[in-house]
Design a protein around this ligand. Structure first.
Ligand code: FAD
Length: 288
């Protein structure tokens, strides 16, 4: 089924993200062990990340998507980047996903990487959205959005106008980049509304349970760190158990506030950590 049809039925969508093993040589069983524990959560869907440019986990992505759908009977959302792929390559991957039972794609451009040659068929995610919409009209299509704007966008206006173009190309619903300050997300929702973006928008929540993750997060996506978040890292960063528990509590407090403010959905970046995801779910499942 198209995932978008799950929205708006008087409940908040709760979804999870997992990543497949990074290399062909890595054991895929470890993801299956994670999935065994995650599906106890009963999510609305599970998304599977995608690494383009020879990082080697493309086949693993469709295997993991297939297990999610066929073994656990949960809808899967397959991420797919397009910048470094030809239309022919995109077709091959989409057909692998379809064969694996996946009916929904998160259409992404992918990061610009000086070591990987871009191809000419797709310049932006909106090109991929249009392509899927036309060639595979039975597939559901999600898109990415950025509460703190995408790092290549000139400003908030430029960012939201480009997002509107992508949605108009055929996106059913959006999933946000992670953020630690809900006020930033609420301002983004206002901009989206003003721009006429009326598809459901899920909030991306990353539980930070290890102080070493922070710098990587900030470098990768430029997320700003509110004072109470930095204070938490300062106080518990050197105590792994306390840091884990504080990170879970922080994510729960973000989610409670988002749900109270009427968010369409919560997308939890699990980092393949079933313990953390389960603890968060236990705290919020009656609020969904
Ligand atoms: P786009 O929507 O194409 O936007 C990219 C930039 O181009 C933006 O600055 C936008 O404003 C601008 N732009 C868009 N259209 C136009 C236009 N017509 N003219 C001029 N400028 C334009 N990466 C992976 O490699 N694998 C993953 O599995 C993955 N999963 C992700 C999941 C989520 C929820 C998110 C938020 C990101 C994910 N990413 C992933 C990262 C993503 O690939 C990068 O952020 C990438 O840099 C942008 O992808 P996009 O699809 O948002 O691009």
């Amino acid at each position: 089924m198209k995932i978008v049809d799950k929205f708006g039925r008087g409940k908040v969508i709760f979804s999870l993200e997992v990543f497949p093993p990074k290399k062909f040589t890595d054991n895929i069983e470890t993801v299956y062990e994670t999935l065994d524990k995650l599906t106890g959560i009963n999510p609305d869907y599970i998304s599977v990340t995608y690494s383009a440019g020879g990082n080697g986990n493309v086949e693993h992505s469709s295997k993991v998507a297939s297990i999610i759908k066929k073994k656990y009977k949960v809808e899967s959302l397959a991420h797919l980047t397009c910048l470094t792929s030809s239309a022919e390559e995109v077709d091959r991957v989409i057909n692998d996903f379809r064969h694996a039972g996946t009916e929904n794609i998160l259409a992404l451009r992918g990061d610009i990487n000086p070591n990987t040659q871009a191809k000419n068929d797709f310049k932006y995610a909106s090109d991929l959205v249009k392509y899927i919409k036309k060639k595979y009209p039975d597939m559901g299509i999600a898109g990415a959005c950025y509460p703190e704007i995408h790092m290549e966008s000139e400003n908030e206006v430029d960012d939201i106008l480009k997002l509107k173009k992508k949605v108009d190309a055929g996106v059913d619903f959006l999933i946000s980049q992670l953020f630690f300050d809900n006020e930033i997300f609420y301002k983004f929702l206002e901009r989206a509304q003003i721009a006429g973006i009326d598809v459901p928008i899920e909030a991306g929540i990353m539980p930070v349970t290890n102080a070493n993750q922070i710098q990587r997060m900030v470098d990768m996506c430029g997320a700003s760190l509110p004072r109470k978040f930095s204070k938490m890292i300062q106080k518990y960063g050197n105590n792994p158990i306390a840091m884990r528990d504080a990170g879970i509590a922080y994510a729960v407090s973000q989610i409670v506030d988002l749900i109270a403010n009427g968010v369409d959905g919560i997308h939890l970046y699990t980092m393949n950590n079933p313990y953390v995801a389960s603890e968060i779910y236990k705290s919020i499942k009656r609020l969904l």
